[in-house]
Write a protein that binds this ligand. Structure first.
Ligand SMILES: [Zn+2]
Length: 145
């Protein structure tokens, strides 16, 4: 019978992270970021701080955090922010990626109504306005960056 050396066994070189630990680690990165962050940025940031989390682990964790409604995706940036109970319109700056959410349930209801009037059943509604924030608009107007 062949003998398998212990080094080739199933014990990983680092202890496997538990899902809950990854959830908190990645949630904290998103919570502390000044702008929405994507999976690769999260993975790179964690590598720099000594917490190696491969992109696949980040993706799986992001899916779990979205399902738990702790974060939400900013579609136009392919990035994530902490979820708030309030839904509305996201104003996304194309230059600095700052995001401001303006509560406006009326527009959401109008969109739902329009969709239902033509027999369309939306799974979810995403309203994002892409432009430039006041600071970036001023920089563009003055030619500064
Ligand atoms: Zn901006």
């Amino acid at each position: 019978m062949p003998v398998i050396p212990a080094a080739l066994g199933t014990a990983p070189s680092q202890p496997r992270r538990r899902k809950r630990e990854l959830d908190e680690l990645i949630f904290d990165v998103i919570k502390n970021a000044s702008v929405p962050v994507g999976a690769y940025a999260i993975s790179n940031f964690l590598s720099e701080t000594g917490d190696n989390v491969v992109p696949n682990q980040v993706y799986r964790t992001l899916v779990r955090l979205v399902e738990d409604e702790r974060i939400r995706r900013v579609e136009c940036l392919t990035a994530f922010v902490v979820a708030t109970p309030q839904q509305g319109l996201d104003l996304v700056c194309a230059s600095c990626h700052q995001i401001v959410t303006i509560p406006n349930e009326a527009i959401r209801k109008d969109l739902e109504s329009c969709a239902h009037n033509i027999g369309f059943k939306p799974n979810r509604i995403v309203v994002e306005l892409i432009g430039h924030c006041d600071r970036c608009s001023s920089a563009i107007d003055t030619g500064c960056d």
